[in-house]
Write a protein that binds this ligand. Structure first.
Ligand code: ADP
Ligand code: MG
Length: 541
């Protein structure tokens, strides 16, 4: 097999044809298509899916040519960025990302800030003149590399963060100064050494180890569970995408966010986004932190908002579907890191398909195809008519009303569903909660944003979801939680309203409606299609 078929390149100013998704995964394929469309994406390259298949066929041994492929790829990134991997003055940092031909948001591993060591952290400081930023990247990298590559438990790293916060007397990582972050980096470095093998300071060894960890995550328990639930057990493997880093944690006009080109639970044709200043991408999508919404973002960064809207429109026209876009702003410059067809609730699927037919973006036959897996007849809109015991309020993240008994763990949700509907109540939800979310009618979390991977999963499963309910405190050991001062035991009934964010103790009176006009139109397209010849399915799954 020639090198050119096992590695594919993308980025601005490249003339290569777009990468095929089947070979290089959806992520790299879309990045290459976006680059060709003139969307600002950092340069990168991808290793083909077959490398993953060979890796597992050979009991977890990397194919011989992987080091050479990575070296060739890194060299191309050095050329296009003018930076040097492992360089003591202008170091190049990369992300090593998973990305299969089927989209698996948050399920496999990604490592950011690869290429850092004591030497290059000095170089990063030199390159940016920003020591706070340089130490922040290094401490993030140590913790992520330790956990993802070496399987270290997250607990001890989180404990180091808590110690640094206590020493500095600040409540949040955002508020640690240079000295605090430097101390945290040094402590994380020490911790890493104590937990096993010495930290690899050679960036080439780092990127190789990250590649292997990303490949391994294809057969991790989370990925297997996802493929079981998604009915994708025969999927061949993941590609590995290596991409030049852009930094949302660099300075005041930097941050990271996620945008949906239309509302993924109501279908409303309006950009919906979560953005955090000073963040690196994974904080928003992991569900750990919430951010500014589109209105606040548009007020603070009106030109970036307009640019995002324009890119969103361009991508919607190109892919002819609603998009879920990861983006980062580095010192005012906007970069797009990913775009995929946005997961949506059945109601949003119906609304968006109908709107896109009206807009002339898709045909009625295509609309019927998009709605293939959706059980149209069961779609209902539910609204609260009268709820008396309002106990708290969060941020709506997936519409409808869910009433059920409180389950504080996924296991409890799975057992209690035998007796009736359940609402899963968690501090944050991670992709590990997939099975619990599947068992529940609704998901309520005390932290995290609307665009987190867990909220995405909840919507895709058609579950009601309320996030960032700050007045919710959970006492898992005591099997109870407090919402705005009201104590509720596990097993007691609550109601969450995914359109307003309201949380009620007990049941509420609701009004249920069948969106008849939309359903009937879709049924007409469906029956017209079953008597017409088939189109090819859309690629972007
Ligand atoms: P997933 O498939 O789980 O979403 P990603 O590969 O998209 O994982 O990466 C996780 C997070 O890291 C995302 O928020 C993504 O935008 C961010 N990220 C990935 N690569 C880069 C990069 N080169 N620069 C900055 N952020 C990145
Ligand atoms: Mg992603």
């Amino acid at each position: 097999m020639t090198e050119s078929r096992r590695i594919g390149y993308f980025g601005p100013n490249r003339l290569d044809p777009p990468l095929p998704a089947r070979r290089f995964g959806n992520k790299a394929a879309t990045l290459s298509e976006m680059a060709a469309l003139g969307v600002p994406v950092p340069p990168g390259f991808a290793l083909a899916v077959e490398i993953c298949e060979e890796f597992f066929a050979d009991d977890g041994v990397l194919p011989d040519d992987v080091p050479a492929l990575l070296a060739a790829g890194i060299e191309s990134l050095e050329e296009s960025t003018g930076l040097v991997f492992g360089g003591p003055r202008r170091p190049l940092l990369v992300s090593v990302r998973s990305g299969a031909p089927v989209s698996m948001p948050g399920i496999m591993e990604t490592v950011l800030n690869v290429g850092l060591s004591r030497q290059t952290v000095e170089g990063l400081l030199f390159r940016t003149g920003n020591p706070r930023f340089a130490w922040d990247c290094y401490r993030r990298f140590l913790a992520q590399f330790g956990q993802v590559v070496c399987g270290h438990e997250p607990g001890p790293y989180a404990a180091r963060v808590r110690e640094a916060l206590a020493d500095a007397g600040v409540p949040d990582e955002d508020e640690l100064d240079t000295a605090g972050l430097r101390q945290l980096a040094v402590q994380s470095e020490r911790l890493y050494g104590e937990l096993g093998t010495p930290f690899p300071t050679d960036p080439t060894a780092q990127v190789l180890a990250c590649t292997e960890a990303v490949l391994r995550s294809w057969q991790g328990p989370r990925a297997e569970a996802f493929r079981r639930v998604a009915g994708a057990l025969d999927a061949p493997g993941t590609a590995v995408t290596v991409e030049a880093m852009v930094f949302g944690n660099l300075g005041a006009a930097s941050g990271a966010g996620v945008a949906f080109t239309r509302n993924p639970w109501s279908g409303e044709d309006r950009l919906l986004l979560d953005f955090r200043f000073g963040a690196q991408g994974e904080e928003v999508v992991s569900g750990e932190r919430a951010g500014l919404d589109q209105d606040a973002f548009a007020r603070i960064m009106p030109t970036r908002f307009a640019a995002l809207q324009e890119i969103g429109d361009l991508l919607e026209r190109h892919y002819r579907d609603m998009q879920d876009i990861e983006f980062t702003i580095e010192e005012g410059r906007l970069f797009i890191l990913q775009s995929r067809a946005g997961k949506r609730t059945p109601f949003a699927a119906l609304t968006i398909a109908a709107a896109m037919v009206r807009e002339g973006l898709i045909s009625e036959t295509e609309a019927a195809e998009r709605l293939e897996g959706v059980s149209l007849e069961t779609i209902r809109t539910r609204r609260v008519v009268a709820g008396k015991d309002l106990v708290g309020e969060g941020v709506p993240a997936s519409g409808g009303v869910a009433t059920g008994t409180i389950a504080l763990s996924g296991e409890r949700a799975e057992t209690d569903r035998e007796y009736g509907p359940v609402v899963l109540v968690r501090p944050t939800a991670s992709p590990d909660d997939i099975e619990g979310i599947g068992a529940a009618s609704g998901l309520l979390v005390s932290r995290g944003g609307r665009t987190s991977h867990a909220a995405v999963v909840a919507r895709q499963m058609g579950r009601v979801c309320v996030v960032n309910c700050r007045s919710l405190a959970i006492d898992a050991a005591g099997h109870r939680c407090t919402i705005g001062g009201t104590v509720l035991r596990e097993g007691e009934v609550i109601t969450i309203d995914g359109d307003t964010g309201a949380v009620y103790a007990g049941e509420v009176e609701i009004r249920e409606e069948r969106p008849s006009e939309l359903i009937d139109a879709a049924l007409t397209w469906r029956s017209a299609r079953s008597s017409a010849p088939r189109n090819d399915p859309v690629r972007q799954a």
